[in-house]
Unconditional design. Sequence first.
Length: 261
Amino acid sequence: MKGLIFKDIMCLKKQFMVFCYVLIGTLAVSVMYVLSVRFGNLADINAEMFAENQMEPESIKNMSSFALIMFMLLPLSCVGDSLNAYEQDGKAGFSKLASTFPIPLQKRILSRFLSVFAILGIGIIFDTAIAALLSCLTDIMTFSEFMGVIVSAASLLAIYSSLSILYSNLLGYGKSTYVQLLSLFTIIVGYVLICFEKVKEVITNIGTTVVEDKDISIGTFWGFMDIIMHKAVILLALALAVMAVSYIITCIIAQRKRGVF
């Protein structure tokens, strides 16, 4: 099973090259950003907007936090999609060959899910290093808030990857576009069902708010950002549950396909 996990990681070596470049770029740009917010041009602009009552200090801090969150998501997004490994297996015909291995079907499927953890773990390690550096340079976000963002992003990517594995096995090789669309659609539907009241409130506000007010669910948006930073445990628990359910369903589908995975 260790060999299968290593094989999946090697299938993503091109993504890891992109990951290295993105990591270096993210580190450089994020450091320049926090220094500019603290000492440079952005600090002057923020002070000017505050002096002219264009924005409240809390809004300025929220916008700066949002920018840092976007920076932290970039490295993880480069390694978070395991669909490439499945496509490489399909091109090489490895899935049919693997069915002849003396490895139980459940373990072969489990290795693919463990690969998701391994790949995301690599991204989390480097993202954590960046978070530790940025938390020393700025007071916009604390290290715990940075870690909340990292865990939340990794959890969402784990959910997406788990669904991608499920739909890839269901639809078969060569259907990557449909797999991506179905995975995203499932996540959106799941969010709507879980947060139906909030979604309903946002839609109602958009439909009834006058354009001149320029206040369309801003509080709801920052509330979502607050969940990402401070309630990452909820997303982590949800990700583990989705992975478990996806694993069980994938095993059932693979058994009906006579062990071809």
